[in-house]
Design a protein around this ligand. Structure first.
Ligand code: 5GP
Ligand code: ZN
Length: 112
């Protein structure tokens, strides 16, 4: 399977890592939309949020369990936004589940 985030997760494509363990990886977004913009992915290939279920959702819990540590490491102190785009209509462009962690500016709501 040709998946750019799998290639990043298994080290085939080098990236600027913020956090890594055996299950997940956090790295800087190529085209940051905020002063701090990183992506957090499960190393296991899950296409999108529609494919999260009781069997694989532990890794999503693990991502959220690590977010405070990652935010602290990045010096994020005034809040952050976490975004998951699921499907083309929502703007998903990479078909490997990922969470955007964005900070360092004010964000509007509702999101566009
Ligand atoms: P999506 O649009 O699917 O929610 O988010 C995909 C994100 O991945 C985009 O913000 C895009 O800038 C980022 N991205 C795409 N390809 C690469 C890459 O090869 N390396 C990194 N670091 N980010 C990427
Ligand atoms: Zn993948």
């Amino acid at each position: 399977m040709d998946c750019i985030f799998c290639a990043i997760a298994n080290g085939e494509i080098p990236t600027n890592k913020v956090y890594e363990d055996d299950k997940i990886l956090a790295f800087y977004d190529l085209e940051p939309q905020a002063p701090v913009h990183i992506l957090i992915i499960p190393k296991e290939h899950i296409k999108w949020a529609y494919d999260v279920n009781e069997e694989n959702s532990q890794v999503i819990a693990h991502i959220f369990a690590k977010i405070p540590e990652i935010a602290k490491k990045l010096g994020i102190e005034d809040g952050f936004r976490i975004v998951n785009n699921c499907g083309a209509l929502a703007g998903q462009s990479v078909q490997h589940l990922h969470f955007h962690l964005m900070a360092g500016r004010a964000f509007t709501w509702p999101a566009g």
